[in-house]
Design a protein around this ligand. Structure first.
Ligand SMILES: Cc1cc2nc3c(=O)[nH]c(=O)nc-3n(C[C@H](O)[C@H](O)[C@H](O)COP(=O)(O)OP(=O)(O)OC[C@H]3O[C@@H](n4cnc5c(N)ncnc54)[C@H](O)[C@@H]3O)c2cc1C
Length: 470
């Protein structure tokens, strides 16, 4: 059974997408590209802007931009096809590579094995070599690339990352590794999987992955897609309710002042992070039960806190000339020199991405306290104190990403995206289903768009209710 039986005279397939972040936009864009038959897409976005956690605001003191959410794009093209790289290229957006190889431990810079020996001692150097050899043997570049797919397999142990680290990485190398990946994980080793921890270690090796950003601001990706969409966009519309019995159109409900509004769709796609997803009221019992199970499987909140400093002079790289480095402050924090590759910059922009437990704890502090703590954490070699800071911006992202994307035991890809076999027309899209990144949410969007477009083309394989593999 398909969710549409479209013929030439039929009305368009009505597709409702809830969430106007990258997930919702990517899905709409791909459906519009893939579907040859008629459809009408509506995107519901709670806030008054599109883009979700991809946003590039400006300071008020100077016309300098900074990344408040996602700061880097992951480039897998050295290993295989990279849909995000392809999308960015097809939209004509210029990109800038990002490099960084150093970790500051106790005020001293470790950028290679010799530094590791000097700072951590011979024991630390050997511990690091042994862990690195284990990590590479546990996950090859191809296995890294395939992680998250149905055929993913690695030699990495199951279970928690802290247990894997304890077994394979002795102190003091372990503290170095933990500081190095803490900001990418956005959680602690005890609250993530061995596989995800390993990925976040290996991604620092250019053989596994490279980093880039979009020249002029990552939000341009969002803008470029939004301007090309034919979809109807409803900003300022927080969806509160989904109603509908199995194998029938679904009703999307939202509040409009005191009134409750609703609209019927043949297909509904919930492109929401786990927190907002869990807030949506589901009226059908089967669907409610399935979505509750889906949320419980994926509910592993991880936290970020970003403090960005506007500096009164251009700053063009951290010691060593990199675009970013890792600090051991706050359990491991990434320091981005956002102004690094801009020869015309009149000001410096330094962004600190604090993750995990420290981010959650510090979120209650005032912006002034956080700005002072950020300045305190800067490497002395930068020569920047409070007097040089013209303005500080703080963005709190509690629970905004997943500590264990895919869950502790990943479900098959179709089951991940269609939580209720009884509702083959209800999909979810999210980075939490893959790897907590834009690459992951694009993969997720591509799967769902492919199924929806296949149905529009009359391909019964596109939408057959999937087997419950769980
Ligand atoms: C600080 C930080 C740094 C990051 N860094 C990187 C990085 O460097 N590289 C990378 O690849 N990824 C990074 N990420 C992750 C990246 O931002 C996400 O993968 C991406 O934003 C996920 O897109 P999404 O559409 O699923 O969710 P979101 O971006 O959260 O978008 C969801 C949208 O849904 C809307 N919404 C919520 N509830 C409702 C509702 N009830 N009705 C209607 N609309 C609703 C929200 O307003 C939002 O616009 C980072 C995330 C954070 C927080």
């Amino acid at each position: 059974m398909t969710f549409s039986s479209q013929d030439a005279t039929a009305r368009p397939l009505r597709v409702g997408i809830v969430g106007g972040g990258p997930g919702g936009l990517f899905t709409a864009w791909r459906i519009e590209q893939l579907a040859s038959a008629r459809f009408a897409i509506t995107i519901f976005e709670a806030s008054h802007r599109l883009g979700g956690k991809v946003l590039t605001p400006s300071f008020t003191t100077a016309a300098a931009r900074y990344e408040a959410g996602a700061a880097e794009f992951y480039d897998y093209s050295p290993v295989g096809d990279d849909p995000l790289r392809g999308l960015v290229r097809s939209l004509g957006l210029a990109t800038v590579p990002l490099t960084g190889a150093a970790v500051i431990v106790g005020g001293r810079r470790i950028a290679n094995l010799d530094d590791a020996g000097a700072v951590l001692g011979q024991d630390g150097r050997e511990g690091l070599l042994a862990f690195d050899a284990w990590a590479r043997s546990a996950m090859t570049t191809r296995e890294f690339y395939d992680s998250g797919s149905d055929h993913a397999a690695t030699a990495a142990p199951d279970g928690r990352f802290d247990a894997a680290l304890a077994a394979t990485c002795r102190l003091p190398a372990r503290s170095y590794v933990e500081a190095m990946i803490h900001s990418d994980l956005a959680t602690e080793p005890a609250t993530t999987t061995a596989g995800y921890g390993l990925q976040n270690y290996l991604m620092n090796d250019p053989a596994y992955m490279r980093l880039y950003r979009i020249a002029g601001g990552n939000e341009q990706l969002v803008t470029a897609i939004a301007t090309r969409l034919a979809a109807r966009i409803r900003l300022g519309t927080t969806v509160t309710r989904i109603a509908g019995v199995p194998r029938a159109p679904l009703t999307v409900g939202w509040r409009d002042g005191d009134a409750v509004r609703e609209e019927e769709f043949d297909v509904v796609i919930l492109a929401l992070p786990v927190g907002p997803l869990s807030q949506v009221v589901i009226t059908d019992t089967a669907l409610r039960t399935s979505l509750a199970r889906h949320v419980a499987h994926h509910d592993h909140p991880a936290h970020y806190l970003r403090v960005t400093l506007l500096i009164d002079r251009p700053v063009r790289g951290v010691p060593g000339g990199d675009d970013y480095l890792m600090l051991d402050a706050f359990g491991g924090t990434c320091l981005y020199v956002e102004s690094s590759r801009d020869p015309t910059a009149t000001h410096g922009v330094l962004g600190l991405l604090i993750g995990g437990a420290a981010a959650a704890e510090l979120a209650g502090e005032t912006d002034d306290v956080l700005a002072a703590a950020a300045v305190e954490a800067l490497p002395p070699g930068l020569g920047i104190g409070r007097r040089e800071v013209l303005e500080a911006r703080v963005h709190r992202w509690n629970g905004a990403v997943s500590a264990a994307p895919g869950g502790w035991v990943p479900l098959p890809v179709d089951r991940r995206h269609r939580p209720s076999p009884a509702h083959p027309n209800l999909f979810v899209v999210g980075d939490y289903l893959f790897d907590s990144t834009l690459n992951g949410v694009l993969d997720s969007a591509e799967h769902v768009a492919g199924w929806v477009a296949a149905d529009l083309a009359g391909d019964p394989d596109g939408v057959q209710p999937q087997q419950n593999h769980a």
